[in-house]
Design a protein around this ligand. Sequence first.
Ligand code: FEO
Length: 163
Amino acid sequence: MLSKKMLDALNNQVKNEMFSWHLYHSMALHFEAMNFKGFAAWMKAQAAEEMGHANKFVDFIIERGGRVVLPALEKPQTEWSSHLAAFQDAVKHEQFITAEINKLVDLAHAENDHPAHYFLGWFVSEQVEEEASVGEVAQKLEMIGASSHAIFMFDAVLGKRGQ
Ligand code: FEO
């Protein structure tokens, strides 16, 4: 049985993961509007992963006998000044999510909730991967700079994600 504190915190993480989906979907639509199909496909795949994360939390709450309360989501940003600006925001967002996961781990420890602690271990590793993958794209965009030729080439590379 989940404590009230743990239940509320897990429901809050459902909201965080759903907002991640919302934000990355918005970035995908931004790239789509500019006809950068590869960037859009990469972000759509990222958004789909986030809904997967939200559902993992949903399933865990249900398995532990808790009630999932779906949240209202904030309107995400809809435009970015550059490809790099979007990915820099994605990096910042993943750092925020990592901090949220770490807080959940601390709470599971404080509440002596071993199943939650074990469950959250997957997310601790996942966040290392999440920060690395958006960070890698941001770093490459920094190297590319303003070269539109390189951006078009990179668009083709990113479009291969999930193929
Ligand atoms: Fe679900 Fe990208 O963290």
